[in-house]
Design a protein around this ligand. Structure first.
Ligand SMILES: [Zn+2]
Length: 659
């Protein structure tokens, strides 16, 4: 493991205790193998001055909600050090009460809540304390001879303590075990199945000791030839896989009681692990460390020839596991898996939103690696089930669940929008993603790939008049989001004005291809996935020209009328599968790519109006915007309109010919 300390960087941080604490915490945070998704925390003992000018001994400890990789000074909660040390002398303290006491110890009421391990940091008598849930060391401890091996590799400089659940009892254990310890003789404390502490009065040494100790263990794995020697395989996803994936995601959503995303990974590590002959046996022995159960549950599901049945069996087993350990006071979490290994293919991760799915997948990546290390050291062996249950159903975790706020209405759902780089399409992507949905955004404009950031929207270049390109784009999205629930079929283009007697064949054909046929191809590719969708719905963006055509727009109006008729047939064909199809007829939406100045002048001219008269030529005298259309599209795509299909709704400010 690389020591990332740089003298120049450290100097430029300033020389205050806290500034160096921020610096080396960020160094730790850069290694996911050390501190994966909250698996670690740091502190520094220093002082602060209160309003009376008194100096207070202060423990600055990582606050909850902060990530070591990006932490800043305000991310460290300043606590009264003596108060925390006194807490460690209590015989017992419930964990909820401990959290209340931690908040009471704060010297700044606006600071974040101190880490649950704050008391432990307080009793270690050095200025700097670094704590990680290092993959390598914890993996070695998860083997039959783990404790002995860890001691052998790390030597007498590290105090190795048996596993005990995080929280007050752990702080109490360390307090008791170290009362007579000669601290000058140890560089670190390793808590079995949990993680490593290093400490020193010098920030650089405390951090360096962490890197040295972890490197010793990594080198041992290297010497054994197992550090990088992990199973790899290639697997090419098929259309059938994706349809099964969508069905599995639907089943998992049902079990979870909410919409869930799914991601199918077939990278070397995932496919390699899934291809192992003993995948079922080794995947289901338990996690690296118990706090991963919050994100991944104890074990993954293993999918074979009948993935849906495997998901059901997983749920039954989960409920039985809960019943085995529940003392009657607990609420069972949903029994849906968060990770599934698909034998011979790869790995599927599940999550209620894009972020949490990513956390589960990341943890699984590390788990697949650690299990193989454990196998190389005599056999992967996780903690007993009771210890894992105790963390999964820890009172602090249960309290967090009860506090969980409202979720966005479309969270966990997947939408597809065409013509998504501008105008109505872009407004639809914004509207759907703001409501929590993941969105596949297609456009022929290459800007689509960088228009949306953050991973919740997948922007792909796609010419929707190419049916194969549509099918490939949908396949890409299903692989990373797990399915398809909503389609906003919007791509379109206004054909140059022309009366029929002057009609240009090319314009006519181009209008039919884009404004009508491409929508058919989109539906054809989407329908198999919509049939496995959650409250599936299609919204077709047609035009006011369908109910109220105008002269000179034959190519556009005929294509949009054909599209509307296609939508009506689709509503009839798909209703049996619960798929709703509704049509919006926008008009006078002038903030779209369709309306350049020339087109505006031409259309206004056809009616003998000026451009500004033409823009507000409706009953409400309203200027309709893309956002107005997108709001209706979102409503018709959402379960809120679950009893409406085959409708045609104007978004036109009111048109006396339509009314
Ligand atoms: Zn820890």
């Amino acid at each position: 493991m690389q020591n990332r300390w740089q003298d120049n960087d450290a100097r430029s941080c300033g020389d205050s205790d806290l500034a160096l604490r921020v610096y080396t915490s960020r160094l730790l945070g850069q290694d996911a193998d050390l501190v994966l998704h909250g698996g670690g925390n740091t502190s520094v003992k220093s002082s602060s001055i209160d309003i009376f000018g008194n100096t207070r001994e202060t423990l600055y400890v990582k606050g909850s909600g902060w990530d070591l990789k990006t932490i800043e000074a305000p991310g460290f909660a300043p606590c009264d050090l003596q108060y925390l040390k006194q807490l460690a002398t209590l015989d017992s303290l419930g964990d909820s009460e401990m959290m209340r006491q931690l908040r009471l110890s704060l010297l700044d009421p606006n600071a974040p809540t101190p880490s649950v391990e704050a008391i432990l940091h307080a009793i270690i008598p050095f200025r700097y304390v670094d704590h990680t849930h290092t993959d390598a060391v914890v993996a070695v401890s998860n083997t039959p001879d783990g404790e002995h091996l860890v001691k052998q590799i790390l030597g007498d400089e590290v105090l190795v303590l048996p596993y005990i659940m995080p929280g007050f009892v752990l702080a109490r254990q360390v307090f008791k075990e170290t009362r007579d310890l000669d601290w000058s003789a140890v560089k670190g404390i390793f808590l079995m199945h949990h993680g490593l502490f290093t400490f020193h009065d010098d920030a650089r040494t405390s951090y360096g000791n962490m890197i040295d100790l972890v490197s010793r263990v990594e080198n041992h794995l290297r010497d054994k030839g197992i550090f990088t020697n992990l199973a790899t395989a290639k697997y090419a996803t098929t259309q059938d896989d994706l349809l099964v994936l969508a069905a599995v995601r639907k089943r998992v959503s049902g079990l979870a009681g909410r919409a869930m995303l799914a991601r199918f990974d077939t990278d070397d590590l995932s496919a390699g692990f899934a291809a192992l002959d003993n995948v079922t046996a080794i995947a289901t022995r338990g996690p690296i460390t118990p706090d991963h159960t919050i994100h991944t549950k104890l074990i993954p599901a293993v999918l074979g020839d009948n993935p849906l049945a495997a998901i059901d069996v997983y749920a039954q087993d989960y409920r039985a596991y809960f019943d085995r350990h529940d003392d009657g006071s607990l609420t069972c979490l949903d029994p849906a898996p968060r990770i599934a290994l698909w034998a011979g293919k790869g790995r599927v991760s599940f999550g209620p939103n894009h972020k949490r799915l990513g956390v589960a997948a990341d943890i699984s990546d590390h788990t697949l690696k650690c299990i193989q290390w454990g196998e190389g050291l005599g056999g992967w062996q996780a903690l007993p089930e009771q210890d894992l249950f105790d963390v999964e159903y820890w009172e602090l975790e249960q309290a967090k669940l009860k506090k969980a706020g409202n979720v966005p209405v479309l969270e966990g759902r997947v939408a597809l929008v065409t013509g998504a780089a501008s105008g109505i399409g872009k407004a639809c992507v914004d509207e759907l993603s703001a409501a929590g949905a993941c969105v596949l955004a297609l456009d022929i404009n290459p800007a689509i790939t960088t228009l949306f950031t953050g991973g919740q929207v997948l922007g792909l270049v796609c010419d929707v008049t190419d049916a194969n390109a549509i099918a490939e784009s949908i396949a890409q999205a299903v692989k990373i989001f797990g399915g398809l629930d909503m389609v906003i079929s919007n791509a379109g283009s206004f054909t140059p004005s022309s009366n029929i007697e002057d009609m240009n064949d090319g314009d006519w054909q181009a209008s039919l291809a884009l404004n009508m046929t491409s929508h058919m191809a989109l539906l054809r590719s989407a329908i198999p996935f919509l049939k496995q969708g959650l409250d599936p719905a299609v919204v077709i963006i047609a035009s006011k020209n369908v109910p109220a055509p105008g002269p000179g727009a034959g190519a556009y109006s005929a294509a949009k009328a054909g599209l509307t008729q296609l939508a009506r047939v689709a509503a009839l064909e798909l209703g049996g599968d619960g798929i709703r199809v509704n049509v919006l007829h926008p008009n006078a939406v002038f903030d779209t790519g369709v309306w350049d100045e020339k087109t505006l002048e031409a259309r206004a001219g056809h009616y003998g109006l000026t451009v500004s008269q033409y823009k507000q030529n409706n009953v409400l005298k309203a200027e309709v915007t893309s956002h107005d259309v997108a709001v209706l599209a979102r409503i018709f795509a959402s379960p809120d309109t679950g009893c409406t299909t085959g409708a045609q709704v104007p978004v036109d400010g009111g048109n006396d010919r339509v009314i």
